[in-house]
Design a protein around this ligand. Structure first.
Ligand SMILES: O=C(O)C(=O)C[C@H](O)C(=O)CO
Ligand code: ZN
Length: 276
């Protein structure tokens, strides 16, 4: 689990396509029969994919954390983006269908992942931040997440935004996490765009067909760049960067944030006239 470092806005202005992709994209998180973890120097987030086959998989800290267990000083949100599966936290087993999420707080000692059917495995997406307080484990079923419809068909951005981990639902240390699903015929997310001076954000795009892509926009509002992302890719969004996308069809993405506060609405809107 090597540390992934991000460039600053001045560097981004002069970067090539390959350099931008290497710096802002995390790919290959979902490997059959394995847990893949990537530590990112963005509010110290660790991103992971766990795809259990016939055997369960156990979450281990690795030497980088210098802890006995992964959650000794951390919390984690675990979203199932695949077939049915289970997550077991300290002996208690939770069933997660697609789009269900499990939150496990600081101090949980043993976390294991299993698929209900190895031929249609669960694909667990993990987002973990440092935690300075301990909060109980919570299962959030997809239909329990607080949702709201946004956008219009005329602007091709009709979508449902569901908040899973946020202070109005239950306490977490710093994680805020949810899922946005675009409706058929809509392709835009988060336009008009915004930044978060006090937080950083990570986007996992999923549910895209094999030939489907999303053009994700990042960078300072006046210096935007695009990266083409595919199913299972994660885009990293520093506090100074917009995060928005336009797809070749409808898609789903998981957004997650860590940082100074957990107020969802703490964002700096960008006027359309200021985008370049
Ligand atoms: O479609 C949207 O708009 C979103 O999903 C917004 C993102 O989640 C976001 O940027 C939250 O800060
Ligand atoms: Zn945002």
């Amino acid at each position: 689990m090597s540390m992934h470092y991000l460039p600053g806005p001045q560097q981004l202005r002069r970067m090539t396509t390959d350099e931008i992709r290497d710096a802002f994209l995390i790919t290959g998180l979902f490997q059959p029969g394995a847990i893949t973890l990537r530590a990112v120097d963005l509010d110290r987030v660790i991103l992971g994919g766990a795809v259990p086959g016939a055997e369960p998989l156990r979450l281990e800290p690795g030497p980088e954390l210098d802890t006995a267990t992964f959650l000794e000083r951390r919390e984690v949100g675990i979203l199932n983006t695949g077939g049915a599966g289970t997550v077991t936290v300290d002996g208690e087993t939770y069933e997660l269908a697609r789009l269900d999420l499990l939150y496990a707080g600081r101090g949980a000692a043993e976390v294991t992942f299993a698929s209900a059917d190895a031929s249609n495995p669960a694909r667990f997406y993990l987002v973990s931040y440092p935690a300075h307080a301990s909060h109980p484990t919570r299962l959030v079923k997809a239909d329990e997440a607080q949702g709201g419809d946004l956008g219009t068909l005329a602007q091709a951005n009709q979508r449902r935004l569901s908040k899973y981990v946020h202070p109005d639902a239950f306490p977490s240390a710093q994680l805020v996490m949810g899922v946005t699903q675009l409706k058929e015929g809509s392709v835009w997310n988060t336009m008009p765009a915004h930044t978060h001076q006090r937080r950083t954000e990570v986007y996992l795009y999923f549910g895209l067909p094999q030939d489907g892509v999303v053009f994700h926009f990042l960078g300072e509002p006046g210096e935007s760049r695009s990266v083409v992302v595919r199913d299972g890719d994660v885009v990293l969004s520093p506090s100074w960067s917009i995060h928005s996308g336009c797809g070749t069809g409808a898609y789903t993405f998981c957004w997650a944030m860590g940082g100074e506060n957990q107020a969802f609405a703490d964002m700096q809107g960008v006027a359309m006239a200021d985008l370049r």
